[in-house]
Design a protein. Structure first.
Lengths: 114, 114
């Protein structure tokens, strides 16, 4: 089955710096890679995702890159702000029947200091 | 309505109790999911319902019994739980059909088993 590794487990940056979180997956059939942000006591929120037919996707200050050959994908946050502080989970899934069986990485706790 | 809702927010139950968790969405999503999330861990998939039929059961103990009475509602019936079952139980939903569809999470029910 699919296995997703995520690094680093914690990341501390100064406000305005960039943050990068990296994930690797094991199953070459995976075709969907979402990223979720989870603030303390709250639900996971989908912040960006990428399909396997795309190499990069950007949405304002966040971007995701995918290297299918190496089975790597990464989340990039630029100009970080204190409100970016949260736990970030990557996930990978195989699915072409309309629902996704997500396997999550272990999470990265991002702390942005003012 | 663009949200997944869950009730109750918190639940404390003894090991001999029977209780139920409820999840509701009115986005027309036909895939619904139950996840379990322990503290400082990623969500783990428990069950997937597709068009009100159970499609995936991730070898979950029978003391957890899911039910999907209609396309908007998902229940999780709990009986004879163990203290290690204490966790945040998250519901999610996604559209159903061809292609890849994003999953959106509810706020969760924080369950404590005493």
């Amino acid at each position: 089955g699919e296995n997703v590794e995520q690094h680093p487990s914690t990341l501390s940056v100064q406000e305005g710096d960039s943050a990068v979180i990296k994930c690797t997956y094991s199953d070459s059939a995976s075709n969907y890679f979402p990223w979720y942000k989870q603030e303390l006591g709250k639900r996971p929120q989908l912040i960006i995702d990428i399909r396997s037919n795309v190499g990069e996707k950007k949405d304002q200050r966040i971007a995701v890159t995918l290297n299918k050959t190496a089975k790597h994908f990464s989340l990039h946050i630029t100009e970080t702000q204190p409100e970016d502080s949260a736990v970030y989970f990557c996930a990978a899934s195989i699915g072409n029947t309309g629902f996704q069986k997500l396997v999550f990485g272990t999470g990265t706790r991002l702390l942005v200091s003012p | 309505d663009t949200e997944v809702t869950q009730t109750p927010k918190h639940l404390v139950m003894g090991m001999t109790n029977k209780k139920s968790l409820k999840c509701e969405q009115h986005m027309g999503h036909r895939a619904m999911y139950w996840y379990k999330q322990k503290a400082k861990k990623p969500p783990e998939l428990m069950f997937v319902y597709s068009y009100e039929k159970l499609s995936i059961n991730e070898s979950v103990p029978s003391r957890f019994s899911p039910e999907c009475p209609n396309s908007s509602l998902l229940n999780l019936h709990l009986h004879a739980l163990q203290p290690e079952d204490s966790a945040l139980y998250l519901c999610a939903s996604s559209q159903q059909g061809t292609g890849i569809n994003e999953q959106y999470f509810g706020p969760g029910t924080r369950l404590t088993v005493t």
